[in-house]
Design a protein around this ligand. Structure first.
Ligand code: NAP
Length: 292
């Protein structure tokens, strides 16, 4: 298949472009190749490239900044996605769009594809707008919500913990938000499988963290797998004031993907895979394989 990947130099887009190119002809696009907010450009580029499928990894992802500049978030995550949906529809291309756990309000132990979306922050609302525009504009689409991504091309939570551990002996980490950390490579492989099914719809995919783990538990495992000994102090969300409200629970029920035969790795196994790649990419950084 001819696959256009948007946001191809972002954290997910980089890994996804590589993983899809093992099986497909991939055309990676950055914002300078095609700015989602430019409707005419999106229409022209998609018409010229004639992809079978577009995987949209582009997004406005500054969760706290979005509270200050909602228009910027809606322009990319809402109307930008609408532009892509209309262009795909006109060119008879399938759209595979990545969305977020932040479309939910965190008031259930777990959220499935049919749960009511009620975002708590501007970023989540803008991502929900993008989902709705897809529903209204086209029929051949996959929307896949995921959570707590980390990958080698982004300044993610794992890197933040390791950077703090390099600076300090004591780290404070939030213990009252639950979710599922997800390695970008796991998600990319799952999306590659999903787009071969033709089972259009709204899905959830994360690494398997059971009923969810806290950021604190994630940090404990990061240090454990790295072999670093530091004092980790669990703190409440209110002790770390940020602009955007986060859902207390954002664990996603990934049952529909599993029924399609798409396997999920445990979050610890994925973290070990990430750490392994990290030590190869950055010689001298000590890692200790899987911990299960
Ligand atoms: N990170 C997470 O924890 C997380 C959790 C759940 C869901 N998601 C979703 O997963 C997807 C990938 O996230 P990510 O963390 O990989 O994001 P990311 O690293 O911030 O990458 C986003 C990419 O989008 C590009 N972009 C921004 N505005 C654009 C525009 N107007 N036109 C075209 N491209 C544009 C960016 O390009 P520049 O860098 O050049 O601006 C960047 O390459 C997003 O849909 C996000 O909402 C992420």
């Amino acid at each position: 298949m001819k696959v256009v990947v948007t946001g191809s130099n972002g954290m997910l887009g980089s890994d996804l472009s590589r993983i899809f190119s093992e099986m497909h002809e991939v055309i990676p696009l950055t914002v300078s190749d095609m700015d989602l907010t430019d409707r005419a450009a999106v229409s022209r580029v998609i018409r010229e490239l004639t992809p079978d499928i577009v995987v949209n990894c582009a997004a406005y992802t500054l969760v706290d900044q979005a509270e200050e500049e909602p228009d910027a978030a809606y322009r990319v995550n809402g109307f930008g996605v609408q532009n892509l949906a209309l262009a795909c529809s006109d060119s008879d291309a399938t759209l595979c769009h990545v969305s977020t756990d932040y479309v939910f309000d965190g008031k259930k132990p777990m959220f499935d594809s049919f749960d009511h979306a009620a975002p708590l922050n501007v970023y989540g609302k803008s991502k929900l707008a993008g989902e709705m525009f897809i529903h209204w504009a086209m029929s051949k689409f996959y929307i896949v919500r995921t959570s707590w991504l980390y990958g080698k091309h982004g300044n993610n939570f794992v890197e933040k913990i390791l950077a703090q551990a390099a600076r300090s002996n004591e780290l404070k980490v939030v213990h009252d938000q639950k979710g599922a950390p997800t390695w970008t490579e796991s998600l990319a492989v799952a999306l590659r499988q999903l787009v071969s099914t033709g089972a259009y719809g709204v899905y959830h995919f994360t690494d398997d963290a059971g009923a969810g783990i806290s950021w604190y538990e994630f940090a404990v495992e990061i240090l454990h797998q790295t072999g670093l000994e530091r004092q980790l102090k669990p703190v409440a969300t209110w002790e770390f004031p940020v602009k955007a409200v986060r859902p207390a629970i954002s664990t996603l029920d990934c049952g529909l993907m599993e029924i399609l035969g798409i396997r999920r790795r445990s979050w610890k196994e994925s973290l070990a895979g990430y750490m392994e790649g990290r030590s190869i990419a950055r010689p001298g950084v000590k890692t200790k394989g899987g911990s299960e």
